[in-house]
Write a protein that binds this ligand. Structure first.
Ligand SMILES: *Cc1c(COP(=O)(O)O)cnc(C)c1O
Length: 398
C-alpha cells in the first residue's frame, strides 16, 4: 500500500490538479521543478540552517510527567509551539520562500483566514526582502485585527477582499486571480497540505522535519524510534502530515487525527470533514469536503480558527479510506477544557487547534506501558480571551 503521491499527483482517487487552464503554466513549472530544487544539496543546506538558526529547530520532545500521571500512560509533547512565530506553519513558509527564490520569483502572494499563515508568510518575506501581498476577507480582517497589524508591521500589504461572503474562500479566489495575472514573477505560498498537486506533497515534505526529529529524539528518550501512537489535530492537515510522515510505513505505529466537531458533529456548526465529508473538488484537488447534495460547499464552524475549514488535504482523504489513520472529532467545549488542563498540569498554554488533539488523549485506548506522542502544533497566546471566557465557568468551583 502506498500512502504517498503517485507520478500523476494522486493519492488513490484523491488529489490531482483541478485548475483553470490559465493556471497551467504556473502549476506546471512547480510540478516539474519542486523535487529537483528541494532535493538539491545546496537548497537543503540553506533550508536546514534556517530551520536551525531562524526557526529554532530542533524543537524539544518533552516528557509531560504530570499529564502522563493523570492519563495513566506516557505522553511526549513535540513542541512546535516553541518555533519562531509560535507554530509549525513557519516550517513550510521557510521552505516555500526558498523555493520561490530558486524559481527566480520576485513577489509572493498568500491568502489567510485566521491570519496565522499570513503572519508566517509575511515573516519569511521580511526575512528575504521579498514583496508580499496577503489576501484576506474583510470579515476575517475585522475578527483577526492583531494578525493584520502584525503582517503590516512586517511590511506586507494586506489586501481586503470585499467579494462573496468576504471570508477565506473569497480570499482564495482573489489570490488565484492574482496568480493568473502574474504567472512569471509571483509564487503563491499555500499554508497547508491542500490545493492542486504539487502543493500537498511539497508542504508535507517541508513539514516532515517534525517526524524526522521525533524519530531520533524518541530513541534518545526511550531507546526506540517508534511510539505506540501519534496524535495530531487536523485542519487542512499539515502539522499532522509532518508528524506522521516518517511513520507512514511503520505498521506498528497507530496514527490518530483529531478534527473539530464544533458544537457537535450533527449540530450544523461543525468542521468534522472526515465524518460528514463526501468526494468533491475543493481548492484545486479532489478530496473529502462538507457539501450539500447539490455540491454547495458548507460553511465550517469551530471555536479554533485554524480548524475552521470545510475540506481536508487529499492525502488525509486517502489515509482515511485506506484506514491507515484513525480520524476522530472533539467539540469546542472538550477542546477548551483540555487546553485549560494542559496549562495547569504542565505550564504550557496550547493553541486551541492543538487543544483538540489533547482532548482526545483521555479517550485513547492504550496500555499503561504505551508511549504516545502528541504534536503540540502551536502556542495559545492568541486564544487567551476565548480560554478565559470559558475558564470562568469551568474553574469557579475548584
Ligand atoms: C493553522 C494551524 C493548525 C491547522 O492547520 P494544519 O494544516 O491542519 O496543521 C493547527 N494548529 C495550529 C497551531 C495552527 O496555527
Amino acid at each position: 500500500m502506498s500512502y504517498t503521491v503517485d507520478e500523476r499527483g494522486f493519492y488513490g482517487r484523491y488529489g490531482g490538479a483541478y485548475i483553470p487552464e490559465m493556471l497551467y503554466p504556473n502549476i506546471d513549472e512547480l510540478r516539474r521543478r519542486y523535487l529537483e530544487i528541494t532535493e538539491d544539496p545546496s537548497f537543503q543546506s540553506e533550508f536546514q540552517s534556517l530551520l536551525r538558526d531562524y526557526v529554532g529547530r530542533p524543537t524539544p520532545l518533552y516528557l509531560a510527567r504530570r499529564l502522563s500521571d493523570v492519563l495513566g500512560y506516557t505522553v511526549y509533547l513535540k513542541r512546535e509551539d516553541l518555533n519562531h512565530t509560535g507554530a509549525h506553519k513557519i516550517n513550510n513558509a521557510v521552505g516555500q520562500i526558498l523555493l520561490a527564490k530558486w524559481l527566480g520569483k520576485k513577489r509572493i502572494i498568500a491568502e489567510t483566514g485566521a491570519g496565522q499563515h499570513g503572519v508566517a508568510t509575511a515573516t519569511v518575506c521580511a526575512l528575504m526582502g521579498i514583496e508580499c501581498y496577503v489576501y484576506m476577507g474583510e470579515i476575517d480582517m475585522a475578527r483577526q485585527l492583531p494578525n493584520v497589524r502584525r503582517m503590516e508591521m512586517l511590511g506586507t500589504t494586506v489586501v481586503p477582499v470585499k467579494s462573496g461572503s468576504r471570508v477565506l474562500k473569497d480570499a482564495t479566489n482573489e489570490a488565484m486571480r492574482d496568480w493568473i495575472a502574474h504567472p512569471d514573477d509571483t509564487h503563491y505560498i499555500i499554508g497547508s497540505v491542500v490545493g492542486p498537486h504539487p502543493f500537498p506533497d511539497m508542504v508535507s515534505r517541508f513539514q516532515s522535519v517534525i517526524s524526522e526529529e521525533m524519530r531520533w529524539q524518541l530513541k534518545q528518550h526511550t531507546g526506540s524510534e517508534l511510539p505506540n501512537v501519534i496524535v495530531a489535530c487536523v485542519g487542512g492537515g499539515s502539522n499532522a502530515m509532518g508528524a506522521y510522515y516518517h511513520y507512514l510505513d511503520e505498521d506498528s505505529v497507530r496514527l490518530v487525527g483529531v478534527e473539530a466537531a464544533g458544537e457537535g458533529v450533527h449540530s450544523g456548526h461543525t468542521a468534522a470533514t472526515m465524518t460528514l465529508g463526501t468526494d468533491g473538488v475543493l481548492h484545486g484537488s479532489r478530496t473529502l469536503l462538507m457539501q450539500t447534495d447539490d455540491g454547495q460547499v458548507l460553511e465550517a464552524h469551530s471555536v479554533s480558527a485554524g480548524l475552521d475549514y470545510p475540506g481536508i488535504g487529499p492525502q488525509h482523504a486517502h489515509l482515511h479510506k485506506t484506514k491507515r489513520v484513525e480520524y476522530v472529532s472533539v467539540t469546542d467545549e472538550e477542546a477548551l477544557t483540555a487546553g485549560l488542563q494542559l496549562a495547569r498540569l504542565e505550564g504550557i498554554i496550547p493553541a486551541l487547534e492543538t487543544a483538540h488533539a489533547l482532548a482526545h488523549l483521555s479517550r485513547l485506548e492504550v496500555g499503561n506501558d504505551d508511549v504516545v506522542v502528541l504534536n503540540l502544533s502551536g502556542r495559545g497566546d492568541k486564544d487567551l480571551a476565548t480560554y478565559l471566557e470559558h475558564g470562568e465557568s469551568a474553574t469557579s468551583n475548584t
